[in-house]
Design a protein around this ligand. Structure first.
Ligand SMILES: Cc1cc2nc3c(=O)[nH]c(=O)nc-3n(C[C@H](O)[C@H](O)[C@H](O)COP(=O)(O)OP(=O)(O)OC[C@H]3O[C@@H](n4cnc5c(N)ncnc54)[C@H](O)[C@@H]3O)c2cc1C
Length: 552
């Protein structure tokens, strides 16, 4: 039977597009099979903030940041905490990825027209020692144009290949099985789904109108993670993070369903580190949802005070933007699925950013004029103000007593006591006058403001939370928001998938989130952020090149 293409790619997200375009660039024929319609091409990456982990970039140097491969690798290893036998390939992927981020990554993207917003963000700041979790320096480079800006170069390359006949898209084709002949993966089979013109990101129908089978010399699984499937998230939830939350919101569309991972596993592929995942604790319910249970992650600056459901301040160093999984662990240990930020108008207008392309029309629309308003500090960006007035999790009041009673009313109990919160806020406020202080969160604020990027657009001038001149007071109820899958198919550096017997499964490759962004979990337990899109770029590129070579 003749092959339909040299390589089949399952998934038209970023990893799939990168792999497919590397294959067509090598002169090979590829079919990209995608369960959603054409309008959803690009998968999660389209919705992303477009943040990329880069090391020792010109943007960093211009801002006076001294970074190096060695420092980044130190941070990566302290963050990943690799400690398992199956971390052999993930660790190799991690080393190769940090080298890519410090080397070719920026130039490779730039040559395709990708551009970067000049102020580098500082995500996951840690707060432990030099060898512990977190970025020692700012490394989060936001794509000019956010998510759509990172998808665009690869979509353009794919459409060029479509034009010259080397690439075929099969939209609304859902893969249900891998076909294996004599131990070699040589194709796929699945269902043709009914056409659906649901807007990008909205759930589409799963009505089946036919079936299909396709053959090729190699199949690349680039089907994303499990974050849209809360049952799977709970099933894989690690004991070390406490009990799985009863209530979660979704940071990803419903197509991030993990189904294909189960299909490939059943065909013999080895899945490792399935208990490693990356969910956020600063989730807010979208007042204008696109997908089911749609939540948005607040990317907070360092100043909001953070309280658990009982009104106890989170312990050092669990301040906003420090240690996502440390915070998640703390919050689940309280027995509640939520926590609270308490802040001022002065803080929200300078420090709140929302992750997602649609929440950042200035950066997504590449408007310098709108973006400059972030620095002029006249008000919070319009999407933040919209959440403040329309979001179910936001409370705005002129005094603390009213704020606390509205917080209790929102959750329907009286867990929060005014005196308890007041005592803690007043104590913190007494620390604000001196630049040398005992309170480590206030210390962090002073430290952040030594970095020009933070001083310009991310860190409010230190002030008392209870100073009415900085009001009104704002409380935000923070929910747990599912997002990324850190484990995945175990692969070698070419993305060839290992079978459960420990041998490579001939013909089968994996890339992107399905491969734990490389090797089956190159992040280990935690991420430095901006490493997911980057992981799709790197693994898609490696795997596409390797598969193109292998098919001869
Ligand atoms: C709001 C948001 C903000 C983010 N911000 C950032 C950021 O700033 N920086 C960063 O690094 N990362 C960020 N991320 C994460 C990043 O976007 C994702 O991890 C990455 O895009 C995953 O890409 P992927 O190609 O592996 O998977 P996906 O984008 O999930 O694509 C997989 C595709 O496979 C298809 N598929 C699945 N199963 C099948 C099947 N059986 N048959 C056919 N097709 C199938 C799916 O429909 C989907 O289109 C963000 C994500 C979101 C949602």
């Amino acid at each position: 039977m003749a092959d339909d293409a040299d390589v089949i790619v399952v998934g038209g997200g970023l990893a799939g597009l990168v792999a497919a375009t590397e294959i067509t660039d090598a002169g090979k024929r590829v079919i990209v099979v995608e369960q959603e319609g054409e309008q959803s091409l690009g998968g999660q990456a389209f919705w992303s903030f477009g943040g990329l982990f880069l090391v020792d970039s010109p943007e960093q140097r211009r801002l006076g940041i001294k970074d190096s491969f060695e420092l980044a690798l130190q941070d990566w290893m302290g963050t990943a905490g690799f400690d398992r036998d199956e971390d052999l390939w993930p660790r190799r992927w991690a080393e190769a990825y940090v080298a890519f981020a410090a080397g070719e990554k920026r130039g490779w993207l730039r040559a395709m027209g990708h551009r970067i917003f000049p102020v580098v963000g500082w995500a996951e700041r840690g707060g432990y020692d030099a060898m512990g979790h977190g970025n020692s320096v700012p490394r989060f480079h936001v794509t000019w144009g956010t998510g759509p800006g990172i998808v665009a170069p690869f979509e353009r390359r794919a459409r060029d290949a479509l034009g010259n006949g080397n690439l075929v898209f099969k939209f609304r084709h859902r893969v249900d099985a891998l076909s294996i002949t004599g131990g070699t993966v040589d194709g796929i089979a699945g269902s043709i789904l009914a056409p659906d013109d649901a807007e990008r990101g909205k759930s589409s129908s799963r009505n089946i109108i036919g079936d299909f089978a396709l053959r090729a010399q190699a199949v690349i699984v680039a089907s994303g993670g499990i974050g849209g499937n809360h049952d799977l998230v709970r099933q894989n939830w690690p004991k070390r993070l406490g009990d799985p939350p009863k209530s979660m919101i979704s940071g990803v569309p419903e197509h991030v369903d993990g189904r294909m991972i189960g299909i490939a596993e059943q065909a013999g592929a080895r899945l490792i580190n399935r208990d490693r995942m990356w969910h956020y604790v600063e989730g807010i319910q979208n007042w204008s949802p696109i997908w089911p249970r749609h939540g948005i992650r607040i990317l907070p600056g360092p100043s909001p005070m953070w309280f658990d459901a009982t009104g106890k301040r989170l312990p050092s160093p669990l301040y906003p933007g420090s240690d996502t999984l440390g915070q998640l662990h703390y919050i689940t240990s309280t027995g509640y699925d939520y926590s609270w930020f308490v802040l001022t108008q002065s803080i929200i207008k300078k420090e709140f950013a929302l992750s997602g392309s649609e929440q950042n029309p200035d950066l997504t629309g590449k408007s310098w004029l709108m973006t400059a308003r972030r620095a002029t500090n006249k008000g919070a960006p319009a999407p933040v103000e919209a959440f403040k007035s329309r979001g179910a999790d936001f409370i705005v009041r002129d005094n603390l007593a009213d704020l606390v009673s509205a917080m209790n009313a929102l959750v329907g109990d009286d867990l929060l006591k005014l005196e308890h919160l007041k005592t803690q806020i007043e104590a913190r406020d007494r620390e604000i006058e001196n630049p040398f202080v005992k309170d480590t969160q206030v210390m962090n604020i002073h430290n952040a403001r030594k970095y020009i990027g933070d001083r310009l657009i991310r860190t409010a001038r230190p002030h008392r939370i209870l100073d009415p001149a900085h009001g009104p007071l704002i409380a935000v109820k923070l929910n747990i928001l599912t997002r990324k899958t850190l484990g995945g198919f175990e692969t070698d550096l070419d993305g060839r998938v290992f079978g459960r017997d420990g041998n490579i499964m001939p013909g089968l490759y994996a890339a992107g989130e399905a491969a734990g962004f490389g090797g089956g979990g190159m992040h280990g337990y935690r991420s430095l952020e901006g490493t997911f899109l980057g992981g799709c770029l790197f693994s898609g590129r490696n795997v596409g090149r390797a598969a193109a070579k292998a098919v001869g």
